[in-house]
Every structure is written in C-alpha cells, then in structure tokens.
Design a protein around this ligand. Structure first.
Ligand SMILES: [Zn+2]
Length: 354
C-alpha cells in the first residue's frame, strides 16, 4: 500500500513539474535593440559597472539576420523577419520578397483579441515599427506607413513622426481620423503617462525622436505607460519596444553615444522585466535586427566610459545577434535560430488562431 501511495505521489509531482515547465505566456513584451550585437551590450555593461538588466534573463541564444536578397540585412527586412516570420528583400516592410503583404505577430495577436502596442525611440513610421504594422515595398514611404496604422486596431503606439500624420502630401489629417476611431492623441510624455485606459496615439516629436540625453526617460516611461494600458485586457497583450538609436550611434561610430543609448534601452528592459516578474504570465524577449558598426571592444574599465573601441564599418554587419528571454516559454529561444522563427514560436505559445 505504501508503495502504491509513493508511486501515485511520484506520478503527481512529475505531471505537476511537466505542467509548470510548459506554462504558456499570456503577454509578450518584445524588445528590439536596433543594431545591438554582443559587443554593444557588453560595452554598455562595462561602462555601467559590470551589470545590466539584460543579465536577469534566464535563457539566451543567437538569431541569424541575413535577408532574402542580401547577406547583410537592413532594418526593414530584419524587422519584417522578426515581425512576420519571412525573409524579405532589404528595404521592404511587412511584405514578402515577392511583394505580398504578410500578417505580423502584432496583427495576429490583435486578430485574436489581445491588446497590442508599439513604443519606439524613433518615428513610429521608421523601418522596425513599420514592420509590425505596415505593408509597403519601401521603408521610406512614411506617409503610406502612417496611413497603415489607421487600417489596424492597435491599442497604443508611442514615438515620433507626427508630421507623417498631420502634414501629408495627400492632405489627410490622420490625427483627426485617429480621434474619430476613439484614440486619445498625446503630444508630450506627461500626457501619455496620464492616460491609463483606452486607445492611445503618442506622437511626441515632429520627426525622429532626439538622442540621449535629450530624450530623457521617454522610452522607459512610455513603455511603463503602454504596459499599464495594455495589461487591462484580461486576454493578454503583445507589445513591441525598440531602442532605435543604438543603431544610429553605430553608424556614427560614436562609442560614448552608444553607451548612452544602450543604457537607456537596458533601463527599459528593466521595466519590462519588473512587470514580468510581478505578473508571472509575461514572456520578455530581447533581441536585435542586426549588428551595426562591426564594434570591437579592445579594452575598458568597469564603471567608466573610458573604453578602447574600434568600429570596423559605418554600416550594418552580417553576424548573428544575441537573444535573451525571461518568463513562461523562455526556454523556446535558446541556441541558434533564424530571425524568422520568432513569429511561429509566439503563435504556438500564445495559441493564436489564423
Ligand atoms: Zn542602421
């Protein structure tokens, strides 16, 4: 009898362990550091005294970044791979290589009644956010990309790019159209942070957001505000956040600016991880679309920004980028993976129906 009870207990506990190991996320926060390779992360970590919030992640891997037509991707094809699960040609957003629109993970989440959001440190029409919401053959079609926001039911989007909504070649005023669709439109961070529920379009700058330190705490604060609004949906949410200007510092070969942008992004990562830890049902993914600048860190001093760095390029490079994950489902993102694999993994984890 004792043995029977013991066996039952063993079976119960092994089932329990299997169930907890397979726990699915309800919410996903997908953070993209544009142009962020492992050297960019470590440069930020060294300058920050040998610590970053990214280290709180429990799993890590590598994402292969090549596009459909180039070994070295741009942010359009890179973002489209992450968002839509297809390799496309450089310059395209939300389109397959044969110029057909492809549904993004954000749009699919929305279709499944999850709340959705985008928070970026650049214009909301820029290549990475555009890959999640728009379908255009050229990433520079900013007016068309802005108009694509109106075709969706995205709940929250915050960044720059006001002029593409209000000062357009076709004369449309998309802000008025957003208001007619029940969006609250905010032009500054204080107004964004005062909104706790409903739909929100935060158009904080006329064109691109300024860099750090001029941007202040826009990215982490707007991310916290977006999480607050999106988490009111009991069905869950999908939020994409981009540290957009790590890439720009790489193009400029500016290591000091890179550290500032890297630490701003990591602070934002910390906000996402704090929410995920408290919530228990949120998967946090941190990755990049490509590396920028071919950064090499030759020497450094912990806690100091006196770094010996070399940028081998002014452009993007073709090396894989790191992936870090935390929360339920995090174990699905370890080892080497294609940048096109995120969408299908998230579809399964969130049980999204087409
Ligand atoms: Zn770039």
């Amino acid at each position: 009898m004792k043995n029977v009870i013991l066996s039952c207990l063993v079976i119960f506990f092994s089932c329990f362990t299997t169930l907890t190991a397979q726990k699915r996320p309800k919410n996903v926060i997908f953070l993209i550091g544009d142009g962020m390779g492992i050297a960019q992360i470590y440069t930020g970590m060294v300058a920050n005294g040998n610590k970053l919030n990214i280290e709180r992640c429990t799993y890590s891997g590598f994402s292969k970044t090549y596009s459909a037509n180039k070994f070295t991707t741009d942010s359009g094809a890179g973002g489209t791979a992450l968002a839509c699960g297809v390799k496309t040609n450089n310059g395209m957003v939300g389109m397959s290589a044969d110029s057909l629109p492809v549904q993004s993970i954000l749009e699919l989440s929305n279709h499944n009644k999850l709340s959705t959001g985008i928070v970026v440190a650049c214009a909301v029409t820029h290549a990475t956010p555009a890959s999640f919401i728009a379908h255009q053959v050229n990433r520079d079609m900013s007016d068309e990309i802005a108009a694509d926001y109106l075709k969706t039911n995205i709940d929250v989007f915050i960044g720059g790019g006001r002029k593409y909504f209000e000062n357009r070649v076709d004369g449309r005023n998309l802000t008025n159209e957003l208001k007619a669709k029940n969006y609250q439109v905010a032009y500054n961070l204080a107004d964004v942070m005062a909104i706790e529920t409903g739909k929100l379009a935060g158009l904080l700058y006329d064109d691109q957001n300024p860099g750090m330190p001029e941007r202040g705490s826009m990215l982490p604060d707007a991310t916290v505000a977006a999480i607050g609004i999106l988490s009111t949906n009991k069905k869950g949410f999908f939020l994409m956040v981009e540290g957009s200007q790590i890439d720009w510092a790489g193009h400029d070969r500016n290591a000091l600016q890179l550290v500032k942008e890297m630490l701003d992004f990591d602070k934002t990562v910390g906000c996402a991880l704090d929410f995920a830890k408290k919530d228990g049902n949120t998967l946090v993914i941190i990755t990049s679309d490509h590396e920028t600048g071919g950064l090499v860190l030759l020497d450094g001093k912990f806690g100091s920004d006196s770094l010996k760095t070399v940028f081998l390029s002014k452009e993007h490079t073709g090396v894989p980028v790191p992936v870090f994950t935390y929360g339920p489902g995090a174990d699905n993102f370890s080892g080497f993976m294609e940048n096109t694999s995120f969408k299908s993994k998230l579809e399964k984890l969130l049980k999204l129906k087409k």
